[in-house]
Write a protein that binds this ligand. Sequence first.
Ligand SMILES: Cc1ncc(COP(=O)(O)O)c(C=O)c1O
Length: 283
Amino acid sequence: MQAVVYLNGERVDYKDAKVSVEDRGFQFGDGLYEVVRVYGGRFFYLDRHLKRLNKGAQEIYLEFDFSLDNLKEICKKAVAEGGFKDASVYIQVTRGAAPRQHHFPEKSSCTWVVIAREVKPHPKDFYENGVKAITVPDERWTRCNIKSVQLIPNCIAKEKAKRAGAYEAIFHRGGIVTEASSSNVFIVKNGKLFTHPANNLILHGITRGVVLEIAGKLGFEVNEEAFSLDKLFDADEVFITGTMTEVMPVVKVDGKIIGDGVPGETTRSIIEEFRKLTLTVDQ
Ligand SMILES: Cc1ncc(COP(=O)(O)O)c(C=O)c1O
């Protein structure tokens, strides 16, 4: 099925969807993005993604020249027009095109794109038996809470994981685990959950937030507390969370077996609750 593309509010053919060579997103990475998941035609917390996008825009002084309501409507239209049931919706907003200079242009209009496409879910095996991860130094800037399109360190990290036959690369800053290249990281130790606090060093993942809610509902103690690589290797369970990753058990890190080497009970119960939400949430 062909992706459905909206560029600056207008439906365009995939092959005709083009932006300027002087777009600041292209030249400076001066833009933001979101990836939203659709299950059975229902949007999974679209409102939370749009809220984060709006917050990111304030952080980088990017003024939208369209309304979030309009953007939301277009996301829904794109999925409906594509006839997609399980889909991803990619949203990107940049400061637009202007002759190249670092400071912001006096006049420019945002470039904003919505791309909806069908999603093939990850193999069931990933969730049932867990995946492998590697660790890499976190070489990103210190404003990782902004979902900027500047993703080179993340791409390099993911490529390293791929070359090592792993699914994900877990970042650490001086031995402290922050998050992963496109997901947040949780560990479970003695029935308690730990994940890095939502500060400037990580993206405040929507899925991370959903998991915190699930953990609370299930009565697990959650500590939003930084933990070391040693704690990661010594954990009973490790899992990662993300819009496309969902809640995925990690059973091996840097070749070392985590816990019993199989997805643990806590992770499995969170996955079960998460699955239930994907069958009902539509907001
Ligand atoms: C660096 C990073 N951390 C965490 C996440 C997970 O965020 P979310 O659950 O909002 O998809 C992502 C998703 O792209 C990410 O790129």
